[in-house]
Design a protein around this ligand. Structure first.
Ligand code: JB2
Length: 214
């Protein structure tokens, strides 16, 4: 830990499946980048992520003078959103991680701390909020707005002008019709087809997607 001092050095918080794919994307751009893993779960002290041991909790960031960038490796939207605010309050910049195989339009606006996975596509004038995840092979067409700490699962298809609210979870393989708005903190089940607006906080599934009780 003590040798973490260069501007390009990175802290990655999280040690589960999401941290693993984030680290893989970081290494795909720069295999030699120095990365330190932190995780607040005491059980994580025994874990490794692609061969890297967990070196401590986020308290390490408070106790040291290092002020580099921090990547968000937590899949849970609420926990990732909380971490984003915690970092900002303490003056840390969140690292934006874009897999080299992602296609990102020149006019797309990619928020700090977001993750664009392998094969993902974000096109003209789309906005990806801070800390959002555009997972493996998901596509975000022109003028879409994806809110902070939202998560588009693998293979999600957003047609043009779609809005996804903050911290919403859109399940794997879901397709969303042009111009549809999905409110904040909504959950859309895997393989759904969203053809009309969905209210904030609800849980939806099916083709077409309808409210369900969880
Ligand atoms: O409040 C929290 C929290 N704080 C830290 N809630 C949850 N659920 N997790 C929290 N964490 C950290 O997230 C844990 O200490 C651990 O490092 C990680 C959870 O690991 P897990 O492998 O269970 O999930 P994940 O978040 O890495 O990945 C999930 O989301 C991805 C997007 C999985 O569902 C993956 O399959 C998925 N690709």
């Amino acid at each position: 830990m003590s040798d973490l001092r260069g501007d390009s050095d990175l802290v990655l918080i999280g040690s589960g499946g999401h941290a693993k794919v984030v680290l893989e994307a970081i290494r795909a751009r720069n295999p030699d980048r120095k990365v330190i893993i932190l995780d607040d779960d005491p059980a994580a002290a025994q874990r490794t992520v692609l061969g890297l041991e967990v070196s401590g909790t986020r308290d390490w960031l408070v106790a040291n003078t290092w002020r580099g960038r921090v990547a968000l490796g937590i899949g849970d939207n609420g926990a990732r959103g909380e971490l984003l605010h915690w970092l900002a309050e303490r003056g840390f910049e969140a690292e934006t991680v874009v897999h080299p195989s992602a296609i990102v339009g020149a006019t797309a606006d990619i928020g700090d701390g977001s993750f664009l996975g392998a094969g993902s596509i974000v096109l003209a004038d789309a906005t990806i909020g801070a800390g959002a995840i555009v997972n493996t092979g998901a596509s975000v067409d022109h003028d879409c707005m994806v809110g902070a700490a939202a998560h588009l699962g693998p293979g999600v298809r957003l047609c043009g002008n779609v809005t996804v609210g903050a911290e919403s979870l859109i399940g794997v393989g879901t397709a969303v019709r042009p111009g549809v708005s999905i409110g904040a903190n909504a959950v859309v089940g895997a393989g759904s087809a969203v053809v009309c607006d969905l209210a904030a906080g609800g849980t939806y599934a099916g083709c077409p997607a309808r409210p369900i009780n969880r």
